[in-house]
Ligand binder design. Sequence first.
Ligand code: G6Q
Length: 541
Amino acid sequence: MSEAWDTLRSHRQELDGISLASLIDAADRDQHFTHQLGDLHVDLTRHLATDQTLELLFDLARERRVEALRDAMFSGEPVNTTEGRAALHIALRNQSDRPILAGGVNVMPEVNAVLRKMQAFCESVHNGTWRGSTDQRIETVINIGIGGSDLGPAMATEALRPWWSNGLRVRFVSNVDPSHLSDTIRDLDPQTTLFIIASKTFGTQETLTNAHAARRWIAKALGETAVSRHFVAVSTNADRVAAFGIDTDNMFEFWDWVGGRYSMWSAIGLSIAMAIGFNQFTALLKGAHEMDCHFRDAPMHKNIPILLGLMDCWYRECWDCQSRAVLPYDQHLHRLPAYLQQLEMESNGKRTRIDGSPTTEGTAMIVWGEPGTNGQHSFHQMLHQGTTLVPCDFLVAATPTESVDDDRYDILFANCLAQAQALARGHGLDNIRAELEETGLSESDISTLATQKVMPGNRPSTTFLYRQLDPATLGRLIALFEHRVFVQGAVWGIDSFDQWGVELGKHLATEILPGVVDGSATQGDATTRRLTMHMDALRRG
Ligand code: G6Q
């Protein structure tokens, strides 16, 4: 039972037939629907919402104690209730002197010590003090990790490619499919390659299997003693790191209060710092910290993560939206949709509330997308004319990160604006008929074609506009998305920081593996056994 949702549902009925175009054109539309933090401008004017909608959503936030829950997260309370842990990614980028407590202990001295260790290590690789076993400088760094130990750093290093410095190449291996590692190392010299084994638990099957394969590659070329010069680890588990054969002096620590998908700001971000240099990594943290302060301090009606999170809940519950498209008009953000899929769908793809009761509201939306303009030549058809309402996030920089001598960037920018406008305003039958008449088509052809061309409009979107995709801006953006997810989870009453749904598959894979290895097909249900037998027959040729 929720009074706030009941009121919102009735309000939603009142908005039937609402024209997004008329909302957008209202003189004061930007007053409550545009927001700014640093050079990040967030435009919410193209949403199916009025000032009254916002007020009712704030009532919902009050009913669900969103601000109190936010404060609990910032104070280090165990907001990850099912695992009994704090969720303190905000401490990792706390660029102030303010202490942050977990279990009553200030975590900042430890956080800062690891940052200093990361800095010293980055500098030693960059200036050639750290060398491979044959005294060659490191030229390529490969991060081996999966899920939260891969997606954030992989997304961020790609996003910040123009900031890559020091002549290092940084690559990522996540998939246990052997081709991922072999494709990644094919053109490399073991003498100049350094592996970062990134795993919070240091027990993840895929990561450890890939790490052992990488280790064999190094040992075969350079001998077993070379391992210590070509492997470092990022983990919370020193014993397992030592058991793998990595000197724990070359281990960068983080803590159980850092969730995997919230960990790119910790030592898990070592690959990012390697690519862009430690100073720029600090700029990334600073940008995120600015967003943290904004989320913590801004009143609800100006609080960008709260507004975005509430808007997501509004579409999910009252407009039956099943998915949201993420459309960066920014090629360097091509891994953003994949990163956000984990952030949102692993955090909030749940059906049980913290108190153990089943949710009565729909939870995480399916997040998907591709960079523009590519998507326009593909799935945008469905966004414009399909039967499903899909709110969209457009992201675009005012200026490109490299100088261009033609109008390619302006074309990109204009297309971004055009798509959001077309979604919102559509293309009506009368205009289409008039346009077709001008082409001299017969009345019967016009009648056939005109309805096909109608674009209903009224399709909502947010536009994120920033000066340039630099480290600070990326930090602001990603922290904004993290807090948006927190707000959704708070409204839905779920634990956004656990991931029990991934456990069963891991367990079954371990159980099924022996029957795959020896072809006996003895494990799993009837279909699993049939498929394993079929695999075995195919392998035997
Ligand atoms: C993230 C998840 C998951 C995790 C990976 C890797 O929030 O927990 O994606 O990051 O399973 O785990 P390890 O870092 O322990 O190898």
